[in-house]
Design a protein around this ligand. Structure first.
Ligand code: PMV
Length: 361
């Protein structure tokens, strides 16, 4: 499919007003997306586990205007309160998706959104937030075009979510999603996420992700700035090639169930992401002393127990701890007894792999 396939020709139905609600999860990348070209095209393919309990719920209310206007009209509230600071991001999102949803300026929109995870926990809410909003807008488009099939609905939701925040396109479906062209991944695309359809060993079913909240402050580097650091980065080409190779490796690992090899790829991806930031101009160190303390404890725990706990990081100091369902009891005990002390206010979130977004109303 190309971008043009997402431009609608005409709408057979009329819709005066209504409301829809979607709940969409966050996701955690195993091979990281870091670096992009124009129009949110990723510089390399990525793969993520879709999460389950870290979610955004969004209700979209829409009412047809008397007359189509030049501007978008929308109200925004977050957790029950008007949120002016989110407006520029949503405005930009609506501008970007306007060619693909030409009805947007025909409606007064009201967007009510809330997160299941603690406010300003340093957890990126853009993936769950942008995917939930994209799905709501697609539900309106489906009312205007009731013939739309499910596959197109899902693809286009992911396509639109990507224009809001790249990684958001991996939050529509579960449980493993690939985004970005890769020679050995069936139907992979730079335009939207696709579910990973190859064989996946039972070891990876219901995988756990416990998120340690090390630093709940504002992000030190926004993702826009972060991705830009990869332009003219001395190691960029090598890094993009490595992401392709790591996806090939993971494909084999998912089939064989080899947890030791899984750990090697996933931890190396996390450290490479941070290495890219440490070796760019300007350079950034996003880990905190507690991030490193946790990583060292994870190494030690693995050595002592032979269990398969591993870490990954996004562009920040918080640590995602990934482990198999079978090892949950001992691992959670270890987190509670030995890692909680490194979290701000002792806070962490226990999550697991989930099946994607859900329509609530
Ligand atoms: O979706 P963005 O533009 O916020 O980028 C997120 C990038 C990482 O979270 C660091 C990695 C990834 O693939 O999710």
């Amino acid at each position: 499919m190309t971008e043009k396939d997402f431009i609608p020709k005409s709408y057979p139905a009329q819709v005066e007003q209504g409301e829809v609600t979607w709940q969409s999860p966050s996701n955690i990348a195993l091979v990281k997306y870091w670096g992009k070209l124009e129009n949110q095209i990723p510089a390399n393919p990525s793969i993520s586990f879709t999460l389950d309990s870290c979610r955004t719920t969004t209700t979209l209310k829409f009412k047809k205007k008397q007359q189509r206007a030049d501007n978008f009209h929308f109200d925004l509230s977050f957790e029950g309160e008007k949120k002016e600071s989110f407006r520029p991001k949503i405005q930009k999102f609506l501008e970007r998706i306007d060619p693909y949803l030409p009805f947007l300026r025909d409606y007064d929109l009201s967007i009510e959104t809330s997160n299941s995870f603690p406010h300003s926990s340093g957890i990126a809410s853009s993936a769950s937030g942008m995917s939930a909003l994209a799905l709501c807008l697609m539900s309106l488009e489906k009312q205007l075009n009731p013939e739309m099939n499910e596959e197109y609905f899902t693809r286009k939701s992911s396509f639109l979510a990507r224009l809001g925040s790249g990684s958001a396109c991996r939050s529509i479906e579960g449980d493993l999603v690939v985004w970005g062209m890769h020679n050995n991944i069936y139907r992979s695309s730079d335009l939207y996420g696709v579910p990973f359809r190859d064989e996946v060993h039972d070891n990876f079913k219901n995988y756990r992700d416990t998120i340690l909240l090390v630093d709940k402050g504002e992000k030190q580097v926004s993702s826009t700035v972060g991705h830009d650091l990869m332009n003219d980065h001395p190691y960029a080409e090598q890094r993009f090639r490595q992401a392709h190779d790591n996806l090939d490796k993971l494909k084999k690992i998912f089939r064989s169930g080899d947890l030791d090899e899984f750990i090697k790829v996933v931890e190396s991806e996390a450290l490479t992401l941070h290495a890219m930031m440490m070796t760019s101009q300007p350079y950034f160190i996003l880990m905190k002393p507690n991030t490193l303390a946790i990583i060292n404890k994870v190494f030690k725990f693995r050595e002592e127990t032979g269990l398969h706990l591993c870490f990954t990081l996004d562009a920040g100091a918080n640590v995602h701890l990934l482990f198999p369902e079978k090892e949950e009891e001992k691992t959670l005990q270890f987190i509670e007894n030995e890692l909680k002390q490194y979290c701000q206010n002792g806070q962490y979130i226990t999550d697991r792999v989930g099946s994607g977004a859900k329509k609530l109303a």
